[in-house]
Write a protein that binds this ligand. Structure first.
Ligand code: PLP
Length: 407
């Protein structure tokens, strides 16, 4: 058996680079536009490469960039700069929110509610707290992935210390009615802390922490075509939260260690590029999304669309189950044709478990296994979608022909 590295190299050598490439695996990660790279580059070796906590010129330059990024990103979600903590990822922001808020407020209660379709970076820290005296309850969702509001109302009680419900689902694109959710929770318990994972909402839906009424909100840079290595957590002033990491030398109260200044500069630039003309970008992405969805329905039989339709679905998301096809096999077949997508749950596709999100909306195991997630961006062209619509039916036909599963 060769090592993983040998296998990867063998695969890349054998297949070469396809003539045309369409990258739609933006749920997992994406490219970084040149303007973002350009903004970051000087912070590696020209200026601002010092430690932002240190009082010398290179440190001050780094601190200046950090303050500018914090101001811009905080204001973009209606927050004050002092309420934004930079982390190194959305995962870290979610962990800080769940572990930090629950443990700091355990005198208020021991019950934690999360939706059944949360990202693992919310679900797993919450499950961990179940080993430490907390009770974790999942709120069911309907067939479109929207939280059952009656069930939510019946679950919030005096013991509920924390509720975490994402704004947009990362796999099926459902947009939760977050304001109504917050009202229901506040009605039942004013002191419950409310967190939302807005990683997949940021730059696609306008966010305002005052209007939404949440206490904690997570963001991630690489999910908005920024670089990997930066995330952020909004912490409403007055919300008690424990640190979950300990160390020295940081400008930030809740996150020790040196800030990743180049990545934060890139996060700032990527936010600016996406937000500057957000409404136009969203309209454009919706048109590509609908072209792809409608094209698939027209050209491929035996498909199931996963997630809601219309304005309950985020602008960039297309998730389809191709019956009698194994999703992993289809991602490889499409990859050979230069089309990059992910199957099932993007973040768990290496362990080949059916996605808990698809199971939560009532899909059977075999339907979940045949699912493919496509994400469009403002940079894609209609001709990219045409290319996918030409290749995809051929790829599905080929796999169905070879498949032992009966069509
Ligand atoms: C909804 C959601 N939350 C959190 C994360 C984790 O973010 P990161 O990859 O920056 O750790 C992701 C990543 O895919 C996500 O889609």
């Amino acid at each position: 058996m060769g090592s993983e590295l040998e296998k990867i190299r063998g695969f890349l050598r054998a297949h070469g680079k396809p003539e045309r490439e369409v990258y739609l695996d933006l749920e997992n990660s994406g490219w970084v536009p040149p303007q973002v790279v350009e903004a970051m580059l000087p912070y590696f070796n020209k200026y601002g490469y010092g430690h932002p906590s240190i009082t010398n010129r290179r440190g001050w330059e780094a601190l200046e960039a950090l303050i500018e990024a914090r101001e811009y990103i905080a204001h973009s979600i209606g927050a004050r700069p002092s309420e934004l903590v930079f982390t190194h990822s959305g995962t870290e922001a979610n962990n800080l929110a769940i572990l930090g808020a629950a443990t700091a407020n355990k005198n208020k209660g021991r019950k934690i509610l999360i939706s059944a379709v949360e990202h693992y970076s919310v679900m797993l820290p919450a499950n961990e707290l179940a080993n430490h005296g907390f009770k974790v309850v999942q709120i069911p969702v309907d067939s479109e992935g929207i939280v059952d509001l009656e069930m939510l109302a019946s679950l919030v009680d005096e013991d509920t210390v924390l509720v975490s419900i994402q704004h947009v689902n990362h796999e099926i694109g459902s947009i939760q009615p977050l304001r109504s959710i917050v009202e229901i929770i506040r009605d039942k318990n004013k002191s419950t802390i409310i967190h939302t994972d807005a990683v997949d909402a940021y730059t696609k839906i306008s966010l305002d922490v005052e209007r939404l009424g949440v206490d904690l909100l997570s963001l991630s840079s690489h999910k908005i075509l920024g670089p990997k290595g930066a995330g952020a957590l909004y912490i409403r002033e007055g919300t008690k939260i424990n640190r979950i990491l300990y160390g020295a030398l940081s400008t930030q109260q809740y996150w020790p260690g040196v800030e990743n200044v180049p990545a934060i500069v890139g996060f700032h630039k990527a936010s600016h590029l996406a937000l500057e003309f957000m409404e136009d970008h969203v309209r454009y992405m919706q048109s590509l999304r609908d072209k792809l969805l409608e094209g698939i329905i027209e050209r491929v039989d035996k498909v199931l669309i996963n997630g809601p339709t219309g304005n309950k679905r985020v602008a960039d998301n297309v998730n389809v189950s191709f019956l009698y096809v194994e999703g992993e096999a289809l991602t490889v077949e499409l990859s050979l044709r230069g089309i990059y997508v992910s199957s099932g749950s993007a973040c768990t596709s290496r362990i080949l478990e059916p996605s808990h999100v698809l199971l939560a909306i009532g899909r059977k195991h075999e339907e979940a296994h045949g699912s493919i997630l496509f994400k469009v961006s403002r940079y894609h062209k209609p001709s990219d979608i045409d290319y996918v619509l030409k290749q995809l039916p051929q790829a599905v036909r080929r796999l169905r022909f070879l498949s032992p599963l009966k069509t």
